[in-house]
Design a protein around this ligand. Sequence first.
Ligand code: NAD
Ligand code: UDP
Length: 314
Amino acid sequence: MRYSGNNIVVTGGAGFIGSHLCERLLSRGNRVVSVDNYITGSRENIAHLEGVGGFKAMEHDITSPLYLEADIIFNLACPGSPVSYQQNAIRTIKTSVLGSLNILGLAKRTGAVVVQASTSEVYGDPEVHPQPESYYGNVNPTGPRACYDEGKRCAETLFMSYHLQHGVDVKIARIFNTYGPGMMPGDGRVVSNFIIQALEGKDITLYGDGGQSRSFIYIDDMVEALIKLASTPYRYSGPLNIGNPEEITMKALAHKIISLTGSLSAITTHPLPADDPVRRRPDIGKAMRDLDWAPSTDIEEGLMRTIHYFRQME
Ligand code: NAD
Ligand code: UDP
C-alpha cells in the first residue's frame, strides 16, 4: 500500500461492508479501529474480530467529533438499505453531513487519507445508462429517498471542499448494490429478502412489475476496490464508480434465486416504492483503468455463497 502508517479507522465497521473491510484489513496486518453506533450494524458482526490482534471496536456516533490517530479512514457509517435509512430520515442526513464534517476534521488534523462511501443513489433515477461518473444525476430532493441521496451528495461536496480548501487527501467511492454473506436479514434489501423468503418457502415479494434493474457486486470485489482506492496518489479524489456492470431485472433475480435454492416459493407482486430507480448500471471503465481492478465474482457464484450463508443461519 502507498500510505506509510497502518492505523486504520473504519466508521460503520460493524455494518455489512464495514465488517468485511475490517476483516480484510486485519488479515493484511493493519491495526483497525471500528467506530460504530450500532444503529443498523451489530456487535455480532464483528464478534469474530474481537480477539484478533490489532482490532479495537469503539462505540461512537460520528455526528459527534472523535479524537483518534489515523493514517487512513474509511467513512462507511450510514444506514445502507432504503428501509433503514428512511426509518429516521433526519438522523440519516445528520450522519452524512455532520458525520462527514467530523470525519473530514479528523482527517485534516491527522493528515489521514479518507475514503468516503458514496453511492449510486447520487444518480437518483438515472436518465443516462449506464451511469458514468460525469453524469450529475436525477434526484428528487423532497422524496422519501432524499434523506440518503441528498445527504450523500452533500457529503461528496464536503469531501471535495476539504480537498480543495485544506488539501485533505480524499477519495470518493460511488458504491453500487453490494451483496454477500453477512447481509443483515430484515433490513429489506432485495437479495436478502428474496433468499430468506425462498429458503423459508414464503412468497417472494416482487415490487412493481419487476422490470426495474440493478447491477449487483459481490462483497469481496467491493472490499478489494475500496482498499485499492485508498492507495491511489494524493491528487486522485474520484468520484469513482465501484460496481459490477452485470445488470439484472428484479423479476429475473427472483427466478434465479428460486432456481438456485430449489424453492417452491411463488412470486407475488406489491406496489413499487416511490422514486424506486428504474434502471441502474455502473460504467466502471475508470475504476478498471485507474485501480487495475475488475469484479471477478459473477452473480450465480456470489448468490450461491450468499444462499449458503443464509442456510447456515436457519
Ligand atoms: P449497514 O447499514 O450494514 O452499515 C452501516 C454501519 O454504519 C452500521 O454498522 C451502522 O450501525 C453504522 N452507523 C450508521 N450511522 C452511524 C453513525 N451516525 N455513527 C456511527 N456509526 C453509524 O450498510 P452497508 O451496506 O454496510 O453500507 C456501508 C456504507 O456503504 C454506507 O455508507 C452506505 O451508504 C454505503 N453503500 C452501501 C451500498 C450497499 O449496497 N450495501 C450501496 C451504496 C453505498
Ligand atoms: N425489491 C423488491 N422486493 C423486495 C425488496 C426490494 O422487488 O422485497 C426491489 C426494490 O423495489 C428495488 C430493488 O429491488 O427495485 C432493489 O432494492 P433494494 O432495497 O435492495 O436496493 P435499492 O437499489 O433500491 O437501494
